[in-house]
Design a protein. Structure first.
Length: 253
């Protein structure tokens, strides 16, 4: 019998990735949120993201930075603190009333001084094999720390966003490597969740062009690809989603 088609816990999904020795190098260090873990992660990484274990659209995510002082930003609100204890107390008031994780912060590439990440869509095709059907960049609102489309992020072609960093055949090869990474993740997830037919992988790229798996979504939205001028990826992703039993109510009579 196949497993559930969605997994809500980011912690559970992170642990699935960490089981694969080839994929774990792409996973930012992640721990359960606690005073000790937050302090240790800030000392080690200087920047972390405090995020709900369950949640969507970037809601409740807080970026925390350690420099001469401690800083955090939630939404458009940024605050500074002289001590870790005052930071921790304020964080506990600012975060949502649910379990949280602390994730290593990645210094993402930018487009016009706005950070961006990437959504890779991988779906089962008519042959019941995994296929990378779409990829798109997501640029954050200039005053926000998250890139989600439903949190004021702007979807743009990945080719455009990468043009300041890599071009020509190297860019094509780089995008191919991201598509392949998405495929490898889908294949690995199937070993734990054989019932899955679609996943969406959020990938951040650091300044050395290393990809990092920020999150794996087990119920990905194909409609983000409709924001692209070229509709080929959208039509394919939606077609596969319907073939896999989703969005059937949208069929024309």
């Amino acid at each position: 019998m196949s497993r559930a088609r969605t997994v809500g816990s980011k912690w559970v999904k992170t642990k699935v990735l960490l089981r694969n020795k080839e994929l774990r190098k792409f996973v930012p260090e992640t721990r359960i949120y606690s005073r000790t873990n937050l302090l240790q992660m800030l000392i080690k990484h200087k920047m972390v993201y405090v995020k709900p274990d369950h949640g969507t659209a970037g809601n409740g995510i807080i970026r925390v930075v350690k420099s001469d002082k401690y800083h955090f930003q939630a939404g458009k609100v940024a605050k500074s603190f002289g001590t870790f204890q005052s930071l921790f107390a304020a964080l506990n008031k600012a975060k949502l009333k649910r379990s949280y994780l602390v994730q290593q912060g990645i210094h993402l590439l930018t487009h016009h001084k706005r950070i961006f990440d990437i959504r890779i869509m991988v779906q089962k095709n008519q042959m019941k094999t995994w296929e990378t059907t779409g990829y798109i960049g997501r640029v954050a609102h200039p005053k926000k720390i998250v890139t989600n489309f439903h949190n004021s992020g702007k979807p743009l072609p990945l080719e455009l966003l990468l043009s300041s960093y890599v071009n020509g055949q190297k860019k094509k090869d780089y995008i191919h490597s991201l598509r392949k990474l998405g495929y490898r993740i889908a294949k690995h997830y199937q070993t734990s969740y054989p019932g899955f037919k679609e996943i969406g992988i959020d990938i951040g790229i650091d300044r050395k062009l290393k990809p990092w798996v920020i999150e794996v979504n087990t119920s990905p939205d194909p409609f983000i690809f409709n924001q692209l001028h070229d509709k080929k990826m959208f039509f394919k992703a939606l077609h596969y989603a319907r073939a896999n039993g989703r969005f059937l109510r949208l069929r024309r009579k």
